[in-house]
Design a protein around this ligand. Structure first.
Ligand code: FES
Ligand code: FES
Length: 220
């Protein structure tokens, strides 16, 4: 076969853009969530008198089993903020660019503005409201305060949830690992170094607490 007739092999891009990555994540999520069986569809009349279909989903939200009826067009952040009153999750850009809306989905940080509520069927969602327990701050929240990380605070809940996801997976990350993990969370007050220091401090504090409790357990 002559060279001219040879079919060119498709070029494989060497790098993956952030937008492509996010598009891929959405597609993967759609496939991954195709499994759970959607229970039912109901039609709910709106104040304007139109009938809008809703789908029943079951999910674990901040540790509690919930059965919810959602419109197929609602994003997860709309469900959380506008319909469940969980306003700790913020909307910055509403288009998958800033990270202010980050929550944990099955333990992994995701942008809740870029996921549909109906995709949450059978999944576990954790918002910033789940962090403090019985009036006590999560050690990560305390570290954020100690290190002056929040300035205006608008990005803070997203930063917290992203950091929570990271520390759950890697309890002793390096500064570079923290920076890489939190690269999708933009801070307009540019408190990046404070956030990184706070996450490292929280990791160190929890490692010492684990060591202490192991020692105490051993000396009993
Ligand atoms: S509000 Fe979701 S990424 Fe900006
Ligand atoms: S603290 Fe203001 S945007 Fe991050």
């Amino acid at each position: 076969m002559s060279k001219a007739k040879e079919k060119k092999k498709p070029r494989v891009p060497r790098t993956l853009s952030r937008r492509k990555f996010l598009q891929g994540t959405g597609a993967a999520l759609a496939v991954a969530t195709a499994g759970p069986k959607i229970e039912a569809q109901v039609t709910v009349p709106t104040a304007a008198g139109e009938s809008v279909p809703r789908t029943t989903i079951r999910l674990t939200l901040n540790g509690a089993e919930r059965r919810l009826e959602v419109e197929d067009r609602w994003t997860l952040v709309e469900l959380l903020r506008d319909h469940l009153g969980l306003t700790g999750t913020k909307i910055g850009c509403d288009r998958g660019e800033c990270g202010a809306c980050t929550v944990l989905l099955d333990g992994k940080p995701v942008y809740s503005c870029s996921n549909l509520a109906v995709w949450m069927d059978g999944r576990s969602v954790q918002t910033v409201e789940s962090l403090g327990q019985n009036g006590r701050l999560d050690p990560l929240q305390q570290a954020f305060i100690d290190h002056d990380a929040p300035q205006c605070g608008f990005c803070t809940s997203g930063q917290l949830m992203c950091a929570k996801g990271l520390l759950t997976e890697n309890s002793s990350p390096t500064a570079d690992v923290v920076r890489a993990a939190m690269t999708g969370n933009i801070c307009r007050c540019s408190g990046y170094n404070h956030y990184v220091e706070a996450v490292l401090a929280a990791a160190t504090r929890s490692a010492s607490a684990t060591e202490r409790s192991l020692k105490e357990g051993g000396s009993r």
